[in-house]
Design a protein around this ligand. Structure first.
Ligand code: PMP
Ligand code: GLN
Length: 378
């Protein structure tokens, strides 16, 4: 058989965006803002291009950006990563995740993922010749079930991939959950890949429990993040990884033959923009207001709101509205009601027990209001 990924088709995000476009639906499916990044940031890219920053940057990323990332992490989480040896700029988080898995996971290994999980994790593990061991998050609140993770650990476990704030549920890990994972892994050599792309989208005064904030955990962790999320520019595809030097050395071996480098002018612009904490510290309030607007608009409908602690996703239980399975429901919602959403099942191994759909609220207020008018009928 030719296919390395025989069970994989086109991602649900692409499928639902195409369906939304075909039917003129309001697209609250695929996670991306329908507004543009700060004009000041866009101007910095233009300046960088005109200043001549248009050739290959260093393989590991533009030094000023690695330094800015290092300062940001230290400011937020009190951990110093050496910009020269412990930070690498990537073509977004998707590349970072695949590169990390290919660099650190060997054929025949097992890698634990927590269901539901982002759809790129399992194919990345498969491409490394390893086996994904899917451990469900708690069904009531999508928190990690540390005992279940413990039960899944075995002699072949190479790594675990975690994600907080969580896509799709928005659940944020508590510090004591992070500490419990740290204790669980202490007697093992299991590595951690921590997907923190929504690190700056945390609501109601909650704190982002980064793996980098815990020295013992950070020593075995590759932290992954993405500027596309933080600065409303998902199409730029620029992100970063932070990891101890020994892990980073392995990451870079693969990175150099995967993309070699990441586009230069965006890196220069991001370096200057990131230096100002106000550019990301306002994000919780910015998105919390949109979350609240969207939740208030749905409060009168029969869509039951699940908690949303972070990320830019709001999940609903639609069982009072429809008995369709989640993929059919999201298709129906797109074609008949005119609002696109994302079903939960592509994030899971087994069909989800609850009837849940995910909406993205990273949209202009007018877009959210247009969607709410249509959803209010449900
Ligand atoms: N991880 C998660 C949890 C995501 O939601 C996404 C994308 N939205 C990514 C990784 C990929 O990020 P990027 O667009 O930077 O590749
Ligand atoms: N991560 C985004 C989401 O969850 C989509 C990114 C993509 O389309 N691959 O909607």
């Amino acid at each position: 058989p030719v296919s390395r990924l025989p069970e994989v088709g086109t991602t649900i995000f692409t499928v639902m965006s195409a369906l939304a476009q075909q039917h003129g639906a309001v697209n609250l499916g695929q996670g991306f803002p329908d507004f543009t990044g700060d004009p000041a940031l866009l101007d910095l890219v233009s300046e960088a291009m005109h200043a001549g920053h248009n050739q290959y940057p260093p393989m590991t990323g533009v030094p000023a950006l690695r330094e800015a990332v290092s300062r940001k992490i230290e400011r937020q989480h009190g951990r110093h990563y050496d910009p020269d040896t412990e930070i690498t700029i990537t073509a977004g988080a998707t590349q970072a995740l695949l590169t990390a898995v290919l660099a650190l996971v060997h054929p025949g290994d097992e890698v634990i993922v927590l269901d539901p999980c982002y759809d790129s994790y399992v194919p990345a593990i498969t491409l490394a010749g390893a086996r994904a061991v899917r451990v469900p998050l708690r069904s009531d609140d999508f928190g990690p079930d540390i005992d279940a993770i413990g039960a899944a650990l075995g002699p072949r476990t190479r790594a675990i991939i975690i994600n907080t704030p969580h896509n799709p549920s928005g659940r944020i890990w508590r510090e004591d959950e992070r500490e419990a994972l740290t204790r669980l892994l202490a007697p093992t050599e299991v590595l951690v890949i921590s997907d923190e792309v929504y690190e700056h989208m945390v609501f109601d005064g909650r704190m982002h429990a980064s793996a980098s904030a815990n020295a013992e955990l950070a020593a075995r962790t590759v932290v992954v993040s993405s500027f596309g999320k933080t600065f409303h520019v998902t199409g730029w595809k620029v992100g970063y990884v932070a990891a101890p030097a020994a892990l980073m050395a392995e990451f870079r071996k693969v990175h150099q033959f995967n993309v070699f480098t990441v586009n230069t002018p965006m890196q220069h612009a991001l370096a200057r923009y990131l230096a100002e904490p106000a550019h990301y510290e306002g994000l919780p309030d910015f998105y919390q207001r949109k979350r609240d607007l969207f939740r208030a608009g749905l409060a009168g409908s029969r869509l039951a709101l699940l908690p949303c602690e972070g990320s830019y996703f709001q999940c609903v239980d639609y069982s009072a509205v429809s008995t369709l399975d989640d993929e059919d429901f999201c298709r129906w919602l797109t074609t008949e009601i005119g609002v696109a959403a994302i079903p939960l099942s592509p994030f899971c191994a087994a069909p989800p027990q609850r009837r849940i759909a995910r909406f993205c609220f990273a949209k202009q207020d007018a877009t959210l209001e247009r969607a709410l008018q249509r959803l209010a009928a449900l």
